[in-house]
Design a protein around this ligand. Sequence first.
Ligand SMILES: *Cc1c(COP(=O)(O)O)cnc(C)c1O
Length: 482
Amino acid sequence: MKKPLENFLCYEDTSLIEGLKKIDTTSKGTIFVISRQGDKFLGTVTDGDIRRLLFKEPTLDHRIGKLVNTNCLKVEKGETNEDISAKIKSVSYKVRVLPVLAEGKCVDYIEVSPVFQIPVSSPALLGNEFEYVSECIMTEWISSQGKFINKFSEKFSEHYDYEHSIPVMNGTCALHIALVSLGIGPGDEVIVPSLTFAATINSVLHTGATPKIIDVEYDSWCMDPTKIEEAVNQKTKAIIPVHLFGYPANMTGIMKVANQHGLKVVEDCAQAIGAKHKDQYVGNFGDVGCFSFFANKIITTGEGGMCVTNQNSISDMIKKLRDHGRDFSKKGYFHDVVGYNYRMTNLQAAIGLAQLEKVDEHLNFRLNLQDLYREKLRDVKNLTPQNTISDESLGKSVCWLVSYLYEDSENRDLIIEKLKEQGIDARPFFTPLHLMPIYKDYVVGDCENARVLSEKGISFPTFKFKDTETIEKVCSILKSTL
Ligand SMILES: *Cc1c(COP(=O)(O)O)cnc(C)c1O
């Protein structure tokens, strides 16, 4: 219920204490100051104004009139809603309440409800992140050596059964360095799925090799093993399956073809930490697995990545390439290959370790959120949820972004726009690689599944919401819009 205007009105000669009490009763942090005669609106005073004054001049002898913001935002009686919202948008601070004036006198007020804004994703820094980063700063270990690098790497290997985990700067350089460590370069060909983020194919192009784009399976959204052979020839050296949106690619099928043709395999696990094919974690099937810890991934280090491998020689090569191609067995700075500086910093690893300590919690709340969306959106027409698996023998999917196919694909973008108007950031799927002009020469076959999935795909906000009310509100907006 709207409070009476009197709650907000405060005479200019009121004492600070009385003014503060008044502000408290408004619960908006603002009062409207009027002249002693009550016939004139002078301006507003906020609790922040009083706090700042007390810091500067710590005495309670001031009168409220001393603090008045005369050029505060105000509204004339009769102004249109459009004019009012333009005014609110024109200032950088949060407006919670606006005085309404008529002939210089305050006659009413307008409450401005906070704007409902839900991003598609937001990092969950819920553990020791702050403590560990502070430790880096206090101890001055902020560059690419330090205990958090080692701990992050050890714990990553331990948690997901990898022999070696090598932290790097981001997921794209993880993929790049993985390919280079396998000897891939100009003249070679590498097979990638069409439905993925551009980093997958860019990493191939950065080595000088030629990518070959093939289609995905309609059900798993991941690389179709039966399409690989079409793209294989004498020059083919490697395959990069992507575990898309947390769903594990069919690694049994992919490894079978790879082994038949002697191809290396780099798994792009950027969206699928903790996912399993059969009873093994992704990243354990190919020669190298690559992770990203960008801010919208399941765990984050701000920017960051990881290469994992079970082969000692590959691990050594990745470490060498990450560090300018230096030969660590020789004294001095002796370099025997041309490498890169792809090292992760201790600061990033400090955040990464804290994130990893809670990774199962992060994964669980995403899975629970996915279930909740499913339950709420169960009878919405035209909406097909992403497939999931959770089975001892088949594998386990994780949830990166809660994703659906909107079968009425012509209206998918309209839905996204309508949701945006209501403060909800929903996202379309990636544009398939084969439909972007810069990659069009690399296509093998028609990649129809990738095209159709990309036209239908939509991802909804997926992160640790503040409270269940917010989730309920998001779901009800989704339901009514869809
Ligand atoms: C995020 C992502 C990458 C790249 O990771 P960055 O850390 O952003 O460089 C690679 N592949 C896929 C599938 C991704 O989602």
